[in-house]
Design a protein around this ligand. Sequence first.
Ligand code: DUT
Ligand code: MG
Length: 152
Amino acid sequence: MLHPLEVKILDLRLGRDFPLPQYATQGSAGLDLRAMLETPLDLAPGDCELIPTGMAVHIAEPGVAGMILPRSGLGHRHGIVLGNLVGLIDSDYQGPLMVSCWNRGDVTFRIEIGERIAQLVLVPVLRADLVLVESFETSERGEGGFGHTGTR
Ligand SMILES: O=c1ccn([C@H]2C[C@H](O)[C@@H](COP(=O)(O)OP(=O)(O)OP(=O)(O)O)O2)c(=O)[nH]1
Ligand SMILES: [Mg+2]
């Protein structure tokens, strides 16, 4: 299902020299984001750089958020993941959309201008209204966690 998303182009090459972010297939969940760099960037092992996507988005609805996630090919094959592991885009954020790229591998990776480096997923959000209580009605799990149910 398509949901309108306001996009402001900040880098004029986007949509002119490089396609606007798009879904790779009809069923893709992620909108591929491009590295709108001035020059190709050699990301050495362990390095982390903030990379502009050349655009801003305004989600506007508090019930929706954006999540920036790694592309699995880059992450698995080349160790290029996100410095913040996952980027969370607030519905009221209107600034430049940035991707923190981290080379967790052991080989320098060149990020080319316009390369699709990460993906933006829109997700529904429930915002919590905190209800203070003295105790919880006991659930089946209770306070057990962190492996409490075993592995088999
Ligand atoms: O990968 C990311 C993560 C965040 N942002 C932008 C959008 C988001 O709404 C804003 C703030 O992000 P977050 O709340 O995760 O960071 P913070 O460290 O809590 O900053 P703030 O105090 O501005 O909320 O930064 C990005 O452009 N890319
Ligand atoms: Mg925050």
